[in-house]
Structures are given as C-alpha cells and as structure tokens.
Design a protein around this ligand. Structure first.
Ligand SMILES: NC(=O)c1ccc[n+]([C@@H]2O[C@H](COP(=O)([O-])OP(=O)(O)OC[C@H]3O[C@@H](n4cnc5c(N)ncnc54)[C@H](OP(=O)(O)O)[C@@H]3O)[C@@H](O)[C@H]2O)c1
Length: 279
C-alpha cells in the first residue's frame, strides 16, 4: 500500500483509507472484520465522526489491540464546536473509540461558532496529547483563507471534501489552494456514496477497459485516479470484507498518463461552482 506524507504533519498515511459512515447499519461482526481486513492490507487510515452513530464503537472494537497501527480520524459536529464543546466532544469520541488519542481531529463542517474558538480547543487538545493533529472538512477557499489567517502556516493538517469521478469540483480551487499551503486533501464518498458508474454505462465501460489492462477492477481504477496527485488521499467505506480487500488493491495500482487522460476525459471536470456574491 502506497503511503505519503499527510499535509504538514510528519506522518506517512496510506493513500487508500477506510470510511465508516453507516458501518453500524448492517452486520456488526462483518463490519469489524472488514475494518480489520483493511488494516491487514495497509488501509490504516480510519475515518469516523461523532455524527456516525455507533460507528465509533465499531471502530473501537476493530482497532482493539492494534491501536499503534492506525491513523485514526474523528470529527466534531459544528453544533458542538465551541471551545468547551469541542473538548467535551473529543473526550466522548475517545471513550467510544476506547483510545487515549486521535491522530487527527476535524471540524465536520462550518457552523455558528467562530473558527478561533474551535481551533483554540484543537490546540489545547493537542497540548494535552489527546489529538496529534487537526484539520477541517467541507471547507471552500474563503473558509480556508480564514482558517489559515487564524491558525497560521502548517497547523491545518487536512481538508476532507467530497471527491469522486462525477464530482470533481474541488479541482477548480480547493485542491490547488490546499496544495499551495501543504494541506492534505482527503476525498470522501469516492464511489459517489453508492452511485458508482454501472458496467453498462459509457463511463463504466471505460473503467472496465482500463481495469482489464491491469488485471484490476473498475473501482480500483477509480480510487487510483482519485489519488493521482501527491496531496490526495481517499477513504472508501466498505462494510463487507471482500469490498475492503478490493479497495485495498488500488493502493499499489499505477495508471499510465494515457489512462489518466482517458478517465479525465470520460468524467469531465465541469465548470467551476458558482460563487454567490457576498452582500
Ligand atoms: N466529511 C464529510 O462530510 C463526509 C461526508 C461523507 C462521507 N465521509 C467519509 O467518507 C467515507 C466514504 O464515503 P461514503 O461512505 O459516503 O461513500 P462511498 O465510500 O463512496 O460508498 C460507500 C458504498 O460503496 C460500497 N462499496 C465500497 N467498496 C465496494 C466494493 N469494492 N464493491 C462494491 N461496493 C463497494 C459500500 O458497500 P458496503 O458497505 O456494502 O461494503 C457502500 O455502499 C464515509 O464513510 C465517511 O467516513 C465524510
């Protein structure tokens, strides 16, 4: 499994990680087994959140006895992200995950609390050793500019954002901004949250042809495309061990320039999102 440096941190993190939203919805034993298979195959970046119901407990059970292998990420909900609320939320997550520390702690999305309150709490948690780094999620460029102004250089470890073949909007501005400021970009919902191009669609056929050339699968090709730049990471969620194993197979796949260009053309970037004027 290929690893790369995670933003400004000194940590090497696998390019393919594991998401956990809705992992508590099905068979608990299979979900724990799926996460463990992922760890065995090097997908040691596990993403969870206080919002994901019972997911944190499942992650806690999956990483029991192997905490040191894991790059564990959780998130505070915006409605809890006051200075005291952030610390309390982190402590609840630590208890559910049955661990003493998170490798990275994120603000899930912007809410009503000023960023400096949340970031002050993150810094305090880091001083206490309860988190080793912190970052943000669903931040657009104006939010990132404000965050940088408050936090200073090399404090924001990552921005976790929506990124899949049919939703590449981050490539217009968010991704270049993060690259310029050494912020890791963690793409979520790499399979479109269950809407992966089917085998009979034109896009699905292109992915299959590229996959055939490597003895790989269309999903592995998609994941590889989504981590083709050095700032990028991805976190597919799988609650079935066979799905986890397939996803891990993308970790060492290499696509040629021509194959990357073909995928780029098949799933075009589209126009930049419209930015509403600030009144
Ligand atoms: N920061 C945020 O605001 C935010 C928002 C959304 C998501 N996220 C994070 O990103 C993670 C991933 O996003 P997501 O869960 O929304 O969607 P996703 O990873 O795009 O898709 C998950 C779906 O794909 C299926 N799947 C996974 N691997 C497969 C395979 N090899 N073959 C066939 N099906 C496969 C899963 O099925 P099974 O479960 O049956 O295996 C599940 O139905 C989340 O779990 C969460 O950790 C963050």
């Amino acid at each position: 499994m290929e690893q790369r440096r995670f933003g400004p941190t000194k940590r090497q993190v696998p390019v393919i990680g594991q998401g956990t939203w809705y992992i508590d919805n099905g068979n608990r034993v299979a979900a724990i087994a799926a996460l463990r298979v992922g760890l065995d195959l090097g997908m040691t970046h596990i993403d969870t959140a206080e919002m994901y119901g019972g997911a944190e407990e499942i992650v806690g059970a999956a990483i029991a006895g192997r905490r040191d292998e894991v790059f564990l990420v959780s998130k505070v909900l915006p409605q809890n992200a006051s200075s005291c609320g952030t610390i309390a939320a982190c402590e609840r997550s630590l208890a559910r995950l049955d661990t003493d520390w998170l490798d990275c702690y994120l603000l899930h999305w912007r809410g009503r609390y000023p960023l400096d309150e949340t970031f002050e709490a993150f810094e305090q948690l880091q001083l206490q050793g309860k988190i080793l780094s912190w970052g943000v999620s669903n931040f657009d460029v104006p939010d990132l500019e404000e965050a940088l102004e408050i936090a200073g250089n090399n404090r924001i470890a990552c921005n976790q954002v929506l990124y899949h073949l049919q939703e590449r909007a981050i490539e217009h501005a968010v991704l270049p901004w993060c690259e310029e400021h050494s912020v890791a970009v963690v793409g979520y919902a790499p399979f479109g949250h269950g809407k992966f191009p089917g085998p009979r669609t034109p896009g699905g056929r292109v992915l299959q042809a590229v996959a055939d050339a490597h003895g790989a699968t269309p999903r592995q090709v998609a994941l590889r495309f989504l981590v083709r730049r050095p700032s990028l990471f991805t976190i597919p969620k799988a609650s079935k061990p066979e799905h986890t194993a397939e996803n891990a197979g993308a970790g060492d796949l290499r696509l040629t320039r021509a194959q990357l260009a073909l995928i780029d053309e098949t799933f075009p970037l589209g126009p930049p999102p419209k930015v509403l004027p600030v009144l």
